[in-house]
Write a protein that binds this ligand. Structure first.
Ligand code: ADP
Ligand code: GN1
Ligand code: MG
Length: 370
């Protein structure tokens, strides 16, 4: 039994669920945290569900700071949603504190656990089957960005330092290749050379930031399709989840990470690379919807850099998967040997596709310049 399961009983007792707990099982497809759905049975109503998560110790060194960020952001979003006449319980996450009043519970093994209400009447998608669905996620992430536009960014802790610092990711990747502690680098020569041929790209967004051409904003930084809950009836994206990496960043990070994950028709770990193709129509649908969500808050330069967001987030994520493969899969959860290398290969195939369609991607975003 995995360690998280072993301590589950202790953790369940640390929270007040308001009704007897009837079960807790693993849930979702996240790569980072250990997520459980908890079922409770109130006396006179139907089952109430909760999301209980053990935060990843490999990813997050300071759960106290992480939770302070999340409480600040969810309370702010809650007020924004209410002031726009929305339903706070469905459109913004809410942290439920443990009985001891802290923001999370530390178990006897040192694991850090938090609790959220389960947002009912929603679905979480793993692939963008239709342009409409993908567009709905884009509107939701764009709106998220706009709602947080006046959030005091300097109060946010950097939960993972250098998270989208692609130059730093490149340096860490090179160190992993150099150390080659498991002797895996020999089998990854093609992928290693793919990165080395694109070293200069890793500085494109950071150079623009340093030159003052792109502003820092409050960004989500992990805008995969499965980090937005869609209304089960209407298909609209209603609640943005997985707020662990809400930090100051560039808007192109949020745009790009969504494209990386969703603008194709395969799983992130697909092994048949002939099936892995960038869908330019999905790119176009997402662009229109994301920019509808952000309203008129973006500058022309931010819009012009959006294709770079797609390419950089995909290249960076591929590098991260490969680094983890070389280092022994200690960061991203895997369910089979070689899965991080497979994930890396899909990302690099998508980068190559983006390069091939670069002119089309630029033409799509150019339509939105003011
Ligand atoms: P990870 O960082 O590991 O990706 P997430 O916070 O994204 O963890 O949660 C994993 C999955 O759990 C999500 O993709 C989603 O399916 C589900 N989930 C998370 N929070 C909620 C919630 N409040 N209501 C319903 N489902 C949720
Ligand atoms: C992780 O937490 P999750 O599964 O939504 C990762 C992202 C990667 C993604 C790749 C905190 O996202 O940065 O892009 O996997 N999150 C963290 O699928 O590292
Ligand atoms: Mg997630």
């Amino acid at each position: 039994m995995a360690q998280a399961e072993q301590t589950l009983q202790e953790v369940l007792e640390a929270f007040d669920f308001g009704a007897p707990v009837v079960g807790a099982i693993r849930y979702g497809c996240g790569h980072i945290n250990d997520t459980f759905v908890v079922h409770t049975q109130p006396e006179n109503t139907c089952c109430r569900r909760f999301i209980l998560q053990r935060m990843s110790a490999a990813a997050f060194k300071h759960p106290d700071q992480l939770m302070e960020n999340i409480i600040g952001v969810t309370e702010y979003l809650g007020r924004e949603v209410k002031s726009h006449g929305g339903d706070r319980s469905r459109e913004a996450m809410e942290v439920i504190r443990p009985k001891n009043g802290a923001t999370y519970y530390t178990d006897s093994q040192g694991g850090a656990w938090r609790l959220y209400p389960f947002v009912e009447g929603t679905v979480c998608r793993q692939t963008a089957d239709t342009p409409e669905l993908f567009a709905a996620s884009g509107r939701a992430f764009g709106r998220f960005q706009r709602l947080l536009k006046d959030y005091p960014a300097d109060t946010l802790y950097e939960t993972i330092p250098h998270f989208h610092d692609t130059e730093d990711r490149l340096a860490k990747f090179k160190a992993a290749v150099q150390a080659d502690k498991l002797g895996r680098a020999g089998d990854c020569r093609t992928e290693i050379d793919f990165v080395l041929a694109r070293e200069k790209d890793c500085s494109v967004a950071l150079d623009a930031l340093r030159a003052g051409r792109l502003p820092l904003r409050v960004t989500h930084n992990d805008t995969k399709l499965n980090n937005v809950l869609m209304d089960a009836e209407t298909g609209e994206g209603i609640c943005i989840i997985d707020l662990d990496t809400v930090m100051p960043g560039l808007v192109l990070y949020d745009f790009g990470d969504s494209i990386r994950f969703g603008a194709n028709h395969c799983a992130e770990d697909e092994t048949d690379l002939s099936k892995v193709n960038l869908d330019v129509n999905l790119f176009a649908a997402y662009t229109a919807a994301f920019l509808e969500g952000t309203g008129d808050s973006l500058s022309n330069e931010e819009i012009e850099y959006l294709p770079w967001g797609a390419k950089l987030m995909t290249l960076e994520c591929g590098m991260r998967f490969l680094t983890d493969h070389l280092e022994g899969d200690s960061y991203f959860h895997i369910s089979r040997e070689g899965q991080n290398l497979d994930r890396c290969r899909t990302q690099f195939k998508l980068v190559a596709d983006m390069e091939e369609h670069w002119g089309e991607l630029e033409a799509i975003v150019r339509k939105y310049l003011k």
